[in-house]
Design a binder for this molecule. Sequence first.
Ligand code: NAD
Length: 484
Amino acid sequence: MTVAEFIERDTLFVGGRNTTPATSATITVRSASTEQTIGHVAAAAEADVDAAVAAARAAFCDPNGWAAWEPSRRADALTALASVIGAHGEEFATLVSAQNGMPISTARQIEGGFPGALLSYYGALVREQPPEEYRRGIFVDGVVIRREPIGVVAAIVPWNYPQTLLFTKLAPALAAGCSVVVKPSPETVLDSFLLGDILEQHEILPPGVVNFVPGGRDIGTYLVRHPDIDKVAFTGSTAAGRSIGEVCGRLLRPVTLELGGKSAAILLDDADLAAITSDLFAATMMNNGQTCFISSRVLAPRSQYQKVIDALTDMASSAIVGDALDDKTMIGPMVSEAHRERVESYIRKGAAEGARVATGGGRGGHDRGWFVEPTIFADTNNHMSIAREEIFGPVVTVIPYEDINDAVALANDSEYGLAGTVWTRDKDRALDIARRVQTGTFGVNTYVPDPVAPFGGVKSSGIGRELGPEGLASYQQPKSIYVP
Ligand code: NAD
């Protein structure tokens, strides 16, 4: 299955095989770079969600099934799956890139590489972890603490890194012994069909352990409220996260929410602008700015403000904008026409609020594909909409600061708290600042999330953590057995 061929599918992967859906509803997928239709696939209806949850429940309750397997046996399966999925890395990268506009070089690295790394990491982690531990008690002789899988998980995934953000949920959930119903985004649904085919062909996981219900918000809402779901793992917008959190609160249903961001890059006065350009480009514009953790606010010392604007203008104006599947492309298109309109509306709003477009602002002469040029805003302050709201495009707002305390205060003056970066030659100053910024993650002269380290946000950026041992723990329920 590649983008060279038009993808047409009339089945859904439920209960370990491709099954006929309850209705004839479909999803049409278009290429972000060419606007051509590249796929036409089945969409799930509520009855399909019921079937998928029932299959996941049956798999979970099977007394000899996945949840009952020895952790080492599950670890072997995850290792085998990592190798099978790794062999399809190029296909996943190509499909994702065609759908959402992610430059293919980034897609190969992340969408083609991260899922296998996560499966291997969580396989190794669960192999090492004893399923039960014994503690001496104070009022009772001892307590056996069991780590039990939390149950049937609803995994709801956005379109910006559809495979990576699926596997940040799937890998630890599977390692823990859970079964999963996945709802991919309609914008990037094709790669989930490829994954379903791989799972069906290799039969590494027992039937029903993973199921897909492609669809829009309505199907996501139905899944989140489904009475037989034990946990919801969501990545997406803060608005959707709030409404899912409200439902889960009422149902007393555990939920992990990975939401939006408006992170700050703090440039210190000793930063070597020429040397950091390529890392700063990745930290501010990765995946065309369609990345939750990018540092979309750059904080620059007032004394060096013009120098920073000039350096960022050079960086943005020299980035190659083009078809996402071209190896040379550094900035591809936005995922959809509607999303381009949203990004362009922020560019208009920034100008209307008095900021100056130092470079970019247009479509780079592209009349096909949903392109937005890399855009740098100068003469801004932290109160403008372009400094406060998540734009999710290649648009960077450069804000001057007076001193380090002011820089930290500006970084923290945000509704969000997902990430941030600091750029300096002085590691001690960098770590001091990293400790003072109120976010879940932070980078020094780079920003690269790692499978071993918990990832997530504070404030409106979410609740809970994915990745690391903390990510595995979020799919496990501790049970205490008091032993006289
Ligand atoms: P979105 O919230 O519109 O949709 C995300 C997913 O949730 C989609 O599958 C969608 O169909 C579904 N959905 C939407 N509303 C729902 C509801 N009420 N109930 C159940 N499901 C629902 O977000 P998006 O536009 O697809 O993705 C972009 C957003 O995701 C940005 O805000 C970005 O910052 C955020 N994001 C966060 C992280 C993170 O780890 N913190 C990572 C990537 C993206």
